[in-house]
Design a binder for this molecule. Structure first.
Ligand code: SDX
Length: 390
Protein backbone atom coordinates (compact mmCIF):
# COMPACT_ATOMS: atom_id res chain seq x y z
CA UNK A 1 0.00 0.00 0.00
CA UNK A 2 1.47 3.37 -1.01
CA UNK A 3 1.54 6.43 1.28
CA UNK A 4 -1.19 7.92 -0.89
CA UNK A 5 -3.36 4.81 -0.49
CA UNK A 6 -3.00 4.79 3.31
CA UNK A 7 -3.82 8.52 3.48
CA UNK A 8 -6.98 7.88 1.43
CA UNK A 9 -7.88 4.93 3.65
CA UNK A 10 -7.33 7.04 6.76
CA UNK A 11 -9.57 9.80 5.36
CA UNK A 12 -12.24 7.25 4.48
CA UNK A 13 -12.10 5.85 8.00
CA UNK A 14 -12.29 9.33 9.52
CA UNK A 15 -15.27 10.22 7.32
CA UNK A 16 -16.96 7.02 8.47
CA UNK A 17 -16.40 7.91 12.17
CA UNK A 18 -17.29 11.57 12.06
CA UNK A 19 -20.56 12.44 13.85
CA UNK A 20 -21.43 16.08 14.60
CA UNK A 21 -21.49 16.50 18.37
CA UNK A 22 -20.03 12.96 18.66
CA UNK A 23 -23.65 11.72 18.49
CA UNK A 24 -23.69 7.98 19.25
CA UNK A 25 -19.89 7.80 19.55
CA UNK A 26 -18.65 6.28 22.85
CA UNK A 27 -16.01 8.66 24.28
CA UNK A 28 -15.42 6.82 27.58
CA UNK A 29 -16.05 3.53 29.34
CA UNK A 30 -17.85 4.11 32.64
CA UNK A 31 -19.73 2.24 35.36
CA UNK A 32 -21.13 5.31 37.11
CA UNK A 33 -24.45 5.94 35.38
CA UNK A 34 -26.56 4.26 32.71
CA UNK A 35 -29.29 5.75 30.50
CA UNK A 36 -31.69 3.59 28.45
CA UNK A 37 -33.05 6.24 26.07
CA UNK A 38 -35.58 4.02 24.31
CA UNK A 39 -37.22 2.81 27.52
CA UNK A 40 -36.72 5.95 29.63
CA UNK A 41 -34.55 4.36 32.31
CA UNK A 42 -31.74 5.92 34.41
CA UNK A 43 -29.55 4.10 36.93
CA UNK A 44 -26.79 5.37 39.25
CA UNK A 45 -24.25 2.57 39.89
CA UNK A 46 -26.94 0.12 38.74
CA UNK A 47 -29.68 1.41 41.07
CA UNK A 48 -32.82 2.79 39.32
CA UNK A 49 -33.32 6.53 39.84
CA UNK A 50 -36.87 5.88 41.09
CA UNK A 51 -35.48 3.81 44.00
CA UNK A 52 -32.97 6.48 44.96
CA UNK A 53 -35.49 9.33 44.67
CA UNK A 54 -37.89 7.38 46.89
CA UNK A 55 -35.50 5.97 49.51
CA UNK A 56 -32.12 7.75 49.48
CA UNK A 57 -30.82 11.22 50.28
CA UNK A 58 -28.65 13.45 48.11
CA UNK A 59 -25.59 13.05 50.32
CA UNK A 60 -25.97 9.25 50.35
CA UNK A 61 -26.39 9.33 46.55
CA UNK A 62 -23.18 11.41 46.30
CA UNK A 63 -21.34 8.72 48.26
CA UNK A 64 -22.78 6.02 45.97
CA UNK A 65 -21.77 7.87 42.80
CA UNK A 66 -18.31 8.93 43.96
CA UNK A 67 -17.18 5.85 45.90
CA UNK A 68 -19.22 3.30 43.95
CA UNK A 69 -21.26 1.78 46.78
CA UNK A 70 -23.97 2.70 49.26
CA UNK A 71 -22.34 3.72 52.57
CA UNK A 72 -22.82 1.96 55.90
CA UNK A 73 -24.41 4.12 58.60
CA UNK A 74 -21.00 4.94 60.11
CA UNK A 75 -19.54 5.76 56.68
CA UNK A 76 -22.48 8.05 55.94
CA UNK A 77 -22.26 9.73 59.35
CA UNK A 78 -18.52 10.37 58.89
CA UNK A 79 -19.15 11.74 55.37
CA UNK A 80 -21.91 14.06 56.62
CA UNK A 81 -19.62 15.28 59.42
CA UNK A 82 -16.82 16.03 56.94
CA UNK A 83 -19.13 17.88 54.54
CA UNK A 84 -20.66 19.91 57.40
CA UNK A 85 -17.18 20.97 58.46
CA UNK A 86 -16.29 22.32 55.03
CA UNK A 87 -19.40 24.33 54.15
CA UNK A 88 -17.89 27.71 54.98
CA UNK A 89 -16.03 29.86 52.45
CA UNK A 90 -12.71 31.54 52.97
CA UNK A 91 -13.28 35.25 53.58
CA UNK A 92 -11.18 36.05 50.51
CA UNK A 93 -13.72 34.20 48.34
CA UNK A 94 -16.55 36.13 49.99
CA UNK A 95 -14.65 39.38 49.49
CA UNK A 96 -14.15 38.46 45.83
CA UNK A 97 -17.92 37.94 45.48
CA UNK A 98 -18.53 41.42 46.89
CA UNK A 99 -16.79 42.77 43.77
CA UNK A 100 -19.02 40.80 41.37
CA UNK A 101 -21.69 42.91 39.61
CA UNK A 102 -25.07 42.37 41.30
CA UNK A 103 -26.68 41.78 37.90
CA UNK A 104 -24.10 39.18 36.87
CA UNK A 105 -25.48 35.70 36.18
CA UNK A 106 -25.12 33.35 39.17
CA UNK A 107 -23.63 30.66 36.90
CA UNK A 108 -20.73 33.00 36.08
CA UNK A 109 -20.31 33.74 39.80
CA UNK A 110 -20.32 30.01 40.59
CA UNK A 111 -17.78 29.22 37.87
CA UNK A 112 -15.49 32.01 39.12
CA UNK A 113 -15.70 30.80 42.74
CA UNK A 114 -15.12 27.16 41.82
CA UNK A 115 -11.97 28.11 39.91
CA UNK A 116 -10.88 30.44 42.73
CA UNK A 117 -10.92 27.53 45.20
CA UNK A 118 -7.94 26.24 43.26
CA UNK A 119 -5.94 29.26 44.45
CA UNK A 120 -6.22 28.02 48.02
CA UNK A 121 -5.77 24.30 47.38
CA UNK A 122 -3.46 24.28 44.42
CA UNK A 123 -1.31 21.26 45.38
CA UNK A 124 -2.14 18.76 42.63
CA UNK A 125 -1.50 15.55 44.55
CA UNK A 126 -3.70 13.46 42.28
CA UNK A 127 -1.99 10.27 43.44
CA UNK A 128 -2.91 10.96 47.07
CA UNK A 129 -6.32 9.47 48.06
CA UNK A 130 -6.54 11.96 50.93
CA UNK A 131 -6.13 14.89 48.49
CA UNK A 132 -8.85 13.38 46.28
CA UNK A 133 -11.20 12.91 49.25
CA UNK A 134 -10.55 16.44 50.52
CA UNK A 135 -11.30 17.95 47.10
CA UNK A 136 -14.53 15.90 46.82
CA UNK A 137 -15.70 17.01 50.27
CA UNK A 138 -14.76 20.66 49.73
CA UNK A 139 -16.54 20.99 46.39
CA UNK A 140 -19.68 19.17 47.53
CA UNK A 141 -19.75 21.25 50.72
CA UNK A 142 -18.95 24.65 49.27
CA UNK A 143 -20.97 24.79 46.04
CA UNK A 144 -24.29 25.38 47.87
CA UNK A 145 -22.68 28.04 50.07
CA UNK A 146 -21.29 29.81 47.01
CA UNK A 147 -24.70 29.87 45.29
CA UNK A 148 -26.56 31.06 48.39
CA UNK A 149 -23.90 33.62 49.36
CA UNK A 150 -23.85 35.25 45.91
CA UNK A 151 -27.64 35.45 46.01
CA UNK A 152 -27.58 37.31 49.35
CA UNK A 153 -24.66 39.58 48.41
CA UNK A 154 -26.23 40.67 45.13
CA UNK A 155 -29.17 41.90 47.25
CA UNK A 156 -26.79 43.80 49.50
CA UNK A 157 -27.15 41.33 52.37
CA UNK A 158 -24.28 39.70 54.21
CA UNK A 159 -23.93 35.93 53.98
CA UNK A 160 -25.35 33.60 56.62
CA UNK A 161 -23.33 30.91 58.36
CA UNK A 162 -24.28 27.33 57.39
CA UNK A 163 -26.24 25.46 60.07
CA UNK A 164 -24.85 22.06 61.03
CA UNK A 165 -28.18 20.99 62.47
CA UNK A 166 -29.76 21.16 59.02
CA UNK A 167 -29.22 18.56 56.29
CA UNK A 168 -27.65 19.32 52.93
CA UNK A 169 -30.88 20.45 51.21
CA UNK A 170 -32.39 22.19 54.25
CA UNK A 171 -29.19 24.11 54.94
CA UNK A 172 -29.06 25.39 51.36
CA UNK A 173 -32.65 26.65 51.50
CA UNK A 174 -31.90 28.23 54.90
CA UNK A 175 -28.77 30.01 53.58
CA UNK A 176 -30.67 31.10 50.48
CA UNK A 177 -33.79 32.53 52.14
CA UNK A 178 -32.37 33.34 55.60
CA UNK A 179 -35.10 31.25 57.20
CA UNK A 180 -35.42 27.58 58.07
CA UNK A 181 -37.42 25.65 55.43
CA UNK A 182 -40.21 23.23 56.25
CA UNK A 183 -39.19 19.56 56.45
CA UNK A 184 -41.37 18.96 53.38
CA UNK A 185 -39.65 21.68 51.31
CA UNK A 186 -36.24 20.35 52.34
CA UNK A 187 -37.26 16.81 51.33
CA UNK A 188 -38.63 17.90 47.94
CA UNK A 189 -35.45 19.86 47.23
CA UNK A 190 -33.29 16.89 48.30
CA UNK A 191 -35.12 14.68 45.78
CA UNK A 192 -34.51 17.30 43.06
CA UNK A 193 -30.78 17.20 43.85
CA UNK A 194 -30.77 13.39 43.57
CA UNK A 195 -32.46 13.59 40.16
CA UNK A 196 -29.86 16.02 38.81
CA UNK A 197 -26.74 14.36 40.28
CA UNK A 198 -25.54 12.28 37.32
CA UNK A 199 -26.41 11.61 33.71
CA UNK A 200 -23.51 9.74 32.03
CA UNK A 201 -21.48 11.53 29.36
CA UNK A 202 -23.54 14.68 28.80
CA UNK A 203 -21.80 17.84 27.58
CA UNK A 204 -20.69 19.15 31.00
CA UNK A 205 -19.52 15.75 32.22
CA UNK A 206 -17.60 15.27 28.97
CA UNK A 207 -16.08 18.70 29.55
CA UNK A 208 -15.10 17.62 33.06
CA UNK A 209 -13.44 14.45 31.77
CA UNK A 210 -11.53 16.24 29.02
CA UNK A 211 -10.24 18.78 31.54
CA UNK A 212 -9.46 16.02 34.08
CA UNK A 213 -7.47 14.11 31.46
CA UNK A 214 -4.83 16.89 31.42
CA UNK A 215 -4.23 16.22 35.17
CA UNK A 216 -5.13 19.75 36.19
CA UNK A 217 -6.60 20.39 39.65
CA UNK A 218 -10.22 19.36 40.46
CA UNK A 219 -11.30 22.98 40.90
CA UNK A 220 -10.41 23.74 37.30
CA UNK A 221 -12.24 20.55 36.25
CA UNK A 222 -15.43 21.68 38.00
CA UNK A 223 -15.08 25.25 36.67
CA UNK A 224 -14.96 23.80 33.11
CA UNK A 225 -18.07 21.74 33.76
CA UNK A 226 -19.99 24.68 35.27
CA UNK A 227 -19.22 26.81 32.22
CA UNK A 228 -20.48 24.04 29.92
CA UNK A 229 -23.68 23.46 31.90
CA UNK A 230 -24.59 27.15 31.67
CA UNK A 231 -25.61 26.91 28.02
CA UNK A 232 -29.39 26.90 27.26
CA UNK A 233 -29.09 23.72 25.20
CA UNK A 234 -27.77 21.90 28.28
CA UNK A 235 -28.44 23.06 31.83
CA UNK A 236 -29.73 26.53 31.17
CA UNK A 237 -33.13 25.44 29.78
CA UNK A 238 -34.97 25.21 33.12
CA UNK A 239 -34.81 28.99 33.52
CA UNK A 240 -36.02 29.45 29.94
CA UNK A 241 -38.96 27.06 30.45
CA UNK A 242 -40.52 29.43 32.98
CA UNK A 243 -39.97 32.39 30.64
CA UNK A 244 -41.62 30.35 27.86
CA UNK A 245 -44.65 29.57 30.07
CA UNK A 246 -44.88 33.26 31.07
CA UNK A 247 -44.75 34.19 27.36
CA UNK A 248 -47.47 31.70 26.36
CA UNK A 249 -49.60 32.98 29.23
CA UNK A 250 -52.86 31.06 28.74
CA UNK A 251 -53.92 27.59 27.58
CA UNK A 252 -55.71 28.90 24.48
CA UNK A 253 -52.35 30.15 23.14
CA UNK A 254 -50.50 26.83 23.47
CA UNK A 255 -51.41 25.42 20.04
CA UNK A 256 -50.33 28.59 18.20
CA UNK A 257 -47.05 28.65 20.12
CA UNK A 258 -46.23 25.05 19.23
CA UNK A 259 -47.26 25.59 15.61
CA UNK A 260 -44.95 28.60 15.37
CA UNK A 261 -42.02 26.63 16.83
CA UNK A 262 -42.60 23.69 14.50
CA UNK A 263 -43.10 25.86 11.42
CA UNK A 264 -40.07 28.01 12.14
CA UNK A 265 -37.95 25.13 13.54
CA UNK A 266 -37.54 26.80 16.92
CA UNK A 267 -36.51 24.59 19.84
CA UNK A 268 -39.12 24.29 22.60
CA UNK A 269 -37.26 24.60 25.89
CA UNK A 270 -37.49 21.63 28.26
CA UNK A 271 -38.20 19.18 25.46
CA UNK A 272 -36.06 16.79 23.48
CA UNK A 273 -32.95 14.87 24.37
CA UNK A 274 -29.98 13.37 22.57
CA UNK A 275 -30.59 10.00 24.25
CA UNK A 276 -34.16 9.83 25.59
CA UNK A 277 -36.72 9.28 22.85
CA UNK A 278 -39.49 8.95 25.42
CA UNK A 279 -40.31 11.11 28.47
CA UNK A 280 -37.23 11.62 30.63
CA UNK A 281 -37.74 9.47 33.78
CA UNK A 282 -36.61 12.46 35.84
CA UNK A 283 -39.36 14.58 34.30
CA UNK A 284 -41.85 11.89 35.34
CA UNK A 285 -40.70 12.10 38.97
CA UNK A 286 -40.48 15.91 38.96
CA UNK A 287 -43.98 16.17 37.54
CA UNK A 288 -45.29 13.89 40.30
CA UNK A 289 -43.49 16.05 42.91
CA UNK A 290 -44.99 19.20 41.40
CA UNK A 291 -48.50 17.71 41.26
CA UNK A 292 -48.38 16.56 44.90
CA UNK A 293 -46.95 19.89 46.04
CA UNK A 294 -49.55 21.94 44.18
CA UNK A 295 -52.44 19.70 45.35
CA UNK A 296 -51.34 20.21 48.96
CA UNK A 297 -50.23 23.82 48.94
CA UNK A 298 -52.22 25.38 46.15
CA UNK A 299 -51.32 25.20 42.51
CA UNK A 300 -49.79 27.54 40.03
CA UNK A 301 -51.40 28.35 36.66
CA UNK A 302 -48.08 27.47 35.10
CA UNK A 303 -48.52 23.81 36.05
CA UNK A 304 -51.82 23.44 34.19
CA UNK A 305 -50.28 25.31 31.26
CA UNK A 306 -47.26 23.00 31.30
CA UNK A 307 -49.55 19.96 31.13
CA UNK A 308 -51.32 21.39 28.08
CA UNK A 309 -48.01 22.26 26.44
CA UNK A 310 -46.71 18.74 27.04
CA UNK A 311 -49.81 17.26 25.36
CA UNK A 312 -49.56 19.63 22.40
CA UNK A 313 -45.85 18.95 21.86
CA UNK A 314 -46.40 15.19 22.12
CA UNK A 315 -49.11 15.43 19.44
CA UNK A 316 -46.89 17.41 17.07
CA UNK A 317 -43.42 16.07 17.82
CA UNK A 318 -43.84 12.80 19.69
CA UNK A 319 -43.20 10.90 16.46
CA UNK A 320 -39.71 12.44 16.45
CA UNK A 321 -39.03 11.34 20.01
CA UNK A 322 -39.48 14.84 21.41
CA UNK A 323 -40.78 14.60 24.98
CA UNK A 324 -40.17 16.53 28.22
CA UNK A 325 -36.65 16.36 29.60
CA UNK A 326 -35.45 17.01 33.15
CA UNK A 327 -35.68 20.77 32.69
CA UNK A 328 -39.38 20.94 31.89
CA UNK A 329 -40.89 20.55 35.36
CA UNK A 330 -37.90 21.34 37.59
CA UNK A 331 -38.41 25.11 37.29
CA UNK A 332 -42.01 24.86 38.48
CA UNK A 333 -40.92 23.00 41.62
CA UNK A 334 -38.08 25.43 42.34
CA UNK A 335 -40.34 28.43 41.74
CA UNK A 336 -42.79 27.04 44.29
CA UNK A 337 -39.93 26.66 46.77
CA UNK A 338 -39.28 30.40 46.37
CA UNK A 339 -36.05 30.01 44.42
CA UNK A 340 -35.24 32.81 41.91
CA UNK A 341 -35.25 31.46 38.32
CA UNK A 342 -31.66 32.50 37.59
CA UNK A 343 -30.56 30.13 40.36
CA UNK A 344 -32.14 27.07 38.72
CA UNK A 345 -29.04 26.22 36.72
CA UNK A 346 -26.62 26.86 39.61
CA UNK A 347 -28.76 24.38 41.56
CA UNK A 348 -28.40 21.94 38.66
CA UNK A 349 -24.62 22.45 39.01
CA UNK A 350 -24.72 21.96 42.81
CA UNK A 351 -26.29 18.56 42.22
CA UNK A 352 -24.31 17.54 39.15
CA UNK A 353 -21.01 18.21 40.89
CA UNK A 354 -21.49 14.74 42.40
CA UNK A 355 -21.49 13.15 38.94
CA UNK A 356 -18.66 15.36 37.73
CA UNK A 357 -16.51 14.35 40.73
CA UNK A 358 -17.32 10.68 40.19
CA UNK A 359 -16.24 10.98 36.55
CA UNK A 360 -13.13 12.95 37.56
CA UNK A 361 -12.05 10.08 39.84
CA UNK A 362 -12.90 7.50 37.16
CA UNK A 363 -10.90 9.40 34.54
CA UNK A 364 -7.86 9.53 36.83
CA UNK A 365 -8.19 5.80 37.40
CA UNK A 366 -7.27 4.98 33.80
CA UNK A 367 -6.26 8.23 32.21
CA UNK A 368 -5.27 9.06 28.63
CA UNK A 369 -5.42 12.72 27.62
CA UNK A 370 -8.29 13.41 25.23
CA UNK A 371 -6.95 14.40 21.81
CA UNK A 372 -9.39 13.39 19.02
CA UNK A 373 -8.59 13.96 15.38
CA UNK A 374 -10.39 16.11 12.83
CA UNK A 375 -11.32 16.08 9.15
CA UNK A 376 -9.40 18.98 7.62
CA UNK A 377 -11.58 20.86 5.12
CA UNK A 378 -9.19 23.74 4.35
CA UNK A 379 -6.58 24.27 1.60
CA UNK A 380 -2.84 23.53 1.55
CA UNK A 381 0.33 25.46 0.55
CA UNK A 382 -1.20 28.91 0.09
CA UNK A 383 1.29 31.85 -0.35
CA UNK A 384 1.63 34.58 2.30
CA UNK A 385 0.21 37.74 0.65
CA UNK A 386 1.84 41.05 1.64
CA UNK A 387 -0.64 43.34 3.40
CA UNK A 388 -0.22 46.05 0.75
CA UNK A 389 -1.56 43.61 -1.86
CA UNK A 390 -4.61 42.34 0.09
C1 SDX B 1 -30.90 17.87 29.71
O1 SDX B 1 -27.20 15.07 27.56
C2 SDX B 1 -27.77 15.03 28.71
O2 SDX B 1 -27.78 14.04 29.39
C3 SDX B 1 -28.35 16.36 29.15
C4 SDX B 1 -29.15 16.30 30.45
C5 SDX B 1 -28.30 16.01 31.65
O3 SDX B 1 -28.87 15.56 32.65
O4 SDX B 1 -27.07 16.39 31.63
O5 SDX B 1 -30.13 15.28 30.34
C6 SDX B 1 -29.78 17.66 30.67
O6 SDX B 1 -31.53 17.02 29.20
C7 SDX B 1 -31.30 19.25 29.50
C8 SDX B 1 -31.63 19.60 28.05
C9 SDX B 1 -32.14 21.00 28.14
N1 SDX B 1 -32.21 21.63 26.81
C10 SDX B 1 -33.36 21.95 26.30
O7 SDX B 1 -34.45 21.63 26.77
C11 SDX B 1 -33.24 22.78 25.03
C12 SDX B 1 -34.21 22.25 24.00
N2 SDX B 1 -33.76 20.91 23.59
C13 SDX B 1 -33.00 20.83 22.37
O8 SDX B 1 -32.11 21.88 22.15
C14 SDX B 1 -32.48 19.44 22.07
O9 SDX B 1 -33.50 18.57 22.27
C15 SDX B 1 -31.25 18.93 22.79
C16 SDX B 1 -30.11 19.87 22.71
C17 SDX B 1 -31.57 18.65 24.21
C18 SDX B 1 -30.85 17.63 22.10
O10 SDX B 1 -30.57 17.97 20.81
P1 SDX B 1 -30.01 16.96 19.71
O11 SDX B 1 -29.93 15.58 20.20
O12 SDX B 1 -28.77 17.56 19.15
O13 SDX B 1 -31.18 16.98 18.68
P2 SDX B 1 -31.23 17.90 17.40
O14 SDX B 1 -31.05 19.34 17.79
O15 SDX B 1 -30.31 17.31 16.38
O16 SDX B 1 -32.74 17.73 16.95
C19 SDX B 1 -33.16 16.52 16.29
C20 SDX B 1 -34.51 16.88 15.69
C21 SDX B 1 -34.45 18.20 14.91
O17 SDX B 1 -35.48 18.15 13.94
P3 SDX B 1 -35.08 17.72 12.41
O18 SDX B 1 -34.01 18.70 11.94
O19 SDX B 1 -34.57 16.30 12.50
O20 SDX B 1 -36.38 17.87 11.64
O21 SDX B 1 -35.45 17.11 16.75
C22 SDX B 1 -35.86 18.47 16.75
C23 SDX B 1 -34.85 19.24 15.93
O22 SDX B 1 -35.44 20.36 15.34
N3 SDX B 1 -35.84 18.93 18.14
C24 SDX B 1 -36.70 19.80 18.64
C25 SDX B 1 -36.34 19.96 19.98
N4 SDX B 1 -35.28 19.18 20.25
C26 SDX B 1 -34.98 18.54 19.10
N5 SDX B 1 -37.72 20.48 18.08
C27 SDX B 1 -38.40 21.31 18.88
N6 SDX B 1 -38.10 21.53 20.20
C28 SDX B 1 -37.10 20.85 20.77
N7 SDX B 1 -36.83 21.04 22.05
Amino acid sequence: MTAGDSATLQNDMQDACFRPGLEGIPAVQSNIGHVDGQNGRLEYRGIPIEELADKSTFLETCYLLIWGKLPTQSELDAFKFEVNNHRRLKYRIRDMMKCFPANGHPMDALQSCAAALGLFYSRRALDDPEYIRAAVVRLLAKMPTMVATFNLMRKGHDWVMPRDDLGYAGNFLYMLNEKEPSAEAAHIFDVCLILHAEHTINASTFSARVTASTLTDPYGVIASAVGTLAGPLHGGANEEVLEMLEHIGTADRVAAYVDDCVTNRKKIMGFGHRVYKVKDPRAVILQKLAKEMFEKQGGTPHYELALKLETAVEERLGHKGIYPNVDFYSGLVYQHLGIPSDLFTPIFAMARVAGWLAHWKEQLGENRIFRPTQIYTGEHGLPYEEIAKR
